[in-house]
Design a protein around this ligand. Structure first.
Ligand SMILES: NC(=O)c1ccc[n+]([C@@H]2O[C@H](COP(=O)([O-])OP(=O)(O)OC[C@H]3O[C@@H](n4cnc5c(N)ncnc54)[C@H](O)[C@@H]3O)[C@@H](O)[C@H]2O)c1
Length: 112
């Protein structure tokens, strides 16, 4: 993917160049899609998830090993761990510009 649309407005390729995004719940679903979309238009992305599958998701993206795709295990229910992991990436990257705090469990309730 080389284009990103937000509310039908095209975000130009390279428009997030120089920005760093921190995404929770990035192993699959919307979090993975958000991380990939922001990376496609130039952002350095930090993919975090409670699920180790986040490593595989990141490995499928260009830029792994070149400091443009970074990963960490993180359970967002653990506030201390969140602060520690987030602070470590602020230091490592020089600052986080965008946070997509996407992680959660979707509960689907049955109908009548
Ligand atoms: N998919 C939808 O239709 C929909 C609709 C409304 C809201 N949402 C919200 O969007 C977000 C993502 O939804 P999705 O459909 O991509 O879900 P998903 O289940 O496909 O992915 C959720 C990801 O979050 C991770 N995760 C779960 N608990 C976590 C935790 N405690 N710490 C860190 N990571 C954790 C999972 O491992 C998984 O990778 C959720 O917050 C969900 O509630 C989704």
């Amino acid at each position: 993917m080389k284009e990103l649309y937000v509310w039908r407005k095209k975000i130009e390729t390279g428009s997030l160049a120089g920005k760093t995004a921190f995404v929770t719940g990035a192993a699959q679903g919307l979090g993975a899609a958000i991380a990939k979309a922001m990376h496609a238009v130039g952002a350095r992305v930090v993919l975090t998830d409670v699920n180790e599958a986040v490593e595989k998701t990141a490995s499928e993206m260009e830029g792994v090993g070149a400091e443009t795709v970074l990963t960490a295990g993180l359970d967002v229910r653990d506030i201390d761990a969140f602060e520690k992991v987030f602070a470590s990436f602020v230091e490592r990257t020089g600052g986080i510009d965008i946070v997509a705090n996407n992680a959660a469990v979707t509960v689907i309730l049955g109908g009548v």
